[in-house]
Design a protein around this ligand. Structure first.
Ligand code: IMP
Ligand code: MG
Length: 184
């Protein structure tokens, strides 16, 4: 495929095929867990948009699909620590089983905040499904219920994940060349 993005990628970490196979496995596991119930899938924008689209199609449950948008990162690679809700969930979550769908669990600040937020709003249960898990950088004790892949402490982009809003449309997950963000 022609690409203006590939030149900035050091190496591919997970190919399109590997992503597809793993997302199908996750979809099946979540299906078995929620069969007969009506969970609410809550995608965290923008990073989860591609994963969410693939996951819900790999999991043919009677479900609701919602999105929230939070910001903590600026244009850099370090979390700021402060979480702002920039787009709140539109439905009432009281008594609902929530499946948070996230691109990557890094410091854990975003998901620790969201789990508390949803429980405080009256959710019956909250589970975390993250495509990627980067345990090396955790500062909050939060664990994913389902994680697609463990990733090393490198900055990764593609399949929804960005650097400065770029590379989200790369179809696989790759490690960004450090020179792209060093000196910024
Ligand atoms: P946390 O609050 O530090 O766990 O950060 C979660 C958010 O940071 C994710 O939703 C991503 O948007 C962003 N993030 C963390 N690590 C990476 C990375 O390696 N590539 C792209 N985005 C990342
Ligand atoms: Mg994100």
């Amino acid at each position: 495929m022609k690409s203006e993005l590939e030149k900035d990628i050091l190496k591919a970490l997970f190919t399109e095929e590997e992503l597809r196979d793993r997302v199908h496995e996750l979809g099946e596991a979540i299906y078995d867990r929620f069969r007969g119930k009506k969970p609410l899938f809550l995608g965290i924008l923008k990073g989860s948009f591609i994963f969410m689209a693939d996951l819900v199609r790999a999991c043919q449950l009677d479900c609701d699909i919602e999105f929230m948008s939070v910001s903590s990162y600026g244009a850099g690679t370090e979390s700021s620590g402060r979480i702002n809700i920039t787009h709140d969930i539109e439905q009432d979550v009281t008594g609902r089983d929530i499946v948070i769908v996230e691109d990557i669990l890094d410091s854990g600040r975003t998901l620790a905040f969201l789990v508390n937020y949803l429980k405080a709003k009256g959710a019956a249960s909250v589970i975390i499904v993250t495509l990627l898990d980067k345990p090396a950088r955790r500062v909050k004790s939060v664990e994913a219920d389902y994680a697609g892949f463990m990733v090393p402490d490198e900055f990764v982009v593609g399949y929804g994940l960005d650097y400065g809003q770029k590379y989200r449309n790369l179809p696989y997950i790759g490690v960004l060349k450090p020179e792209v963000y060093e000196g910024v």
